[in-house]
Design a protein around this ligand. Structure first.
Ligand code: Q0Z
Length: 311
């Protein structure tokens, strides 16, 4: 029984579809973005090289961009800032890790929509409202909303998140000695300001930010903090402005290439998905890299180089 082995196995908390979470110490967590890709809710057996680094690079970009709007959980990105027990994993972590402050996570998904897509479109089509917000009649799938809307949802352990009204959000945020109404208003205000800032930045890069799912938590002193990954293609819908054609489903900037290939592969969308051929893998990788480069204005090669130099 080595100290290293003991710590490493004790540190693992859980895996999401495409990310892994570890405990570093009492007040810090490590988020590691893998190269796994999911499509139609199934994790495919073929990884996309550098996908985890692209998404981590985008989160890092947005944390820096939005720090004036809301504090965030990011502590460090350099493997050298981890305790010595992690030294053997530095190479695999570089560029894809986020060392974070451990927060008391809010038990909801914080969603903002600027366009009608996905679950928002389904709810509107069925009821004329999304998360209890009644929208003007006659909207089509993919239409831009007159103003972005805050549409929180539950955090489902399995299956899909359910939309909730603002009043239900207040109920879910209730805790002794806390003004849940004020907290919910703070969450909504920060979420709408984050969306407005990011949508404007994306628009300048020819990308429409259709919607985004954020996670927030509370620091020990009660401060609202932005957490998890932010404004990545896995947490947001990015559309190519040049191809925008409302009145039906929009092509996803990053995933359309894999979805189009899967649609032709006659796969029934049950686990396991089919292995991806090499040319499809490189095509998907190129889309992720293009999203990174358009949004950040930096080359992905430069991101990788800068990350080799420990900072
Ligand atoms: C994020 C998740 C992942 C699976 C917990 N700063 C924080 N403080 C407390 N908890 C979290 C965070 Cl980011 C936290 N998740 C989501 C991430 C794999 C699930 F990498 N869970």
């Amino acid at each position: 029984m080595t100290a290293t082995g003991t710590f490493t196995s004790a540190a693992f908390i859980r895996s999401g579809k495409v990310r892994d979470l570890y405990a570093v110490d009492a007040d810090r967590l490590l988020l590691v973005a893998s190269d796994r890709i999911s499509a139609y809710d199934v994790v495919l057996p073929t990884p996309i090289p550098d996908k985890g680094k692209v998404l981590t690079g985008l989160s890092r970009f947005w944390f820096a961009e939005t720090a004036r709007i809301v504090p965030n959980h990011l502590v460090a990105t350099d493997p050298g800032s981890l305790p010595p027990t992690w030294a053997g994993r530095a190479a695999e972590l570089r560029g894809r890790m986020l060392l974070c402050r451990r927060l008391q996570m809010l038990p909801v998904e914080v969603v903002v929509r600027g366009y009608l897509a996905g679950g928002g479109w389904k709810d509107y089509a069925a009821t004329g409202a999304v998360s209890g917000i009644r929208l003007e009649p006659g909207l089509r799938e993919g239409d831009r909303l007159a103003a972005p809307i805050f549409t929180p949802s539950t955090k489902a352990e399995s299956g899909h998140d359910e939309p909730i009204s603002f009043d239900t959000l207040v109920d879910l945020l209730a805790a002794p000695g806390r003004d849940a109404g004020e907290l919910a208003e703070g969450v909504r205000d920060v979420a709408l300001r984050l969306y407005a800032h990011a949508a404007a930045a994306c628009a300048g890069a020819g990308i429409l930010l259709a919607d985004t799912k954020l996670e927030m938590g509370l620091a020990g002193d009660g401060t609202l903090v932005l957490a998890d990954e932010v404004l990545t293609p896995d947490s947001s819908r990015f559309w190519d402005a040049a191809a925008y054609a409302p009145g039906g489903p929009q092509a996803s900037f990053d995933k359309q290439y894999v979805r189009d290939w899967l649609d032709r592969a006659a796969w029934d969308r049950t686990d396991p998905g089919p292995a991806l051929p090499e040319d499809v893998v490189s095509g998907i990788r190129a889309r992720y890299v293009e999203a990174f480069e358009r949004i950040t204005g930096a080359t992905f090669a430069r991101y990788l180089e800068e990350d080799v130099i420990a900072r």
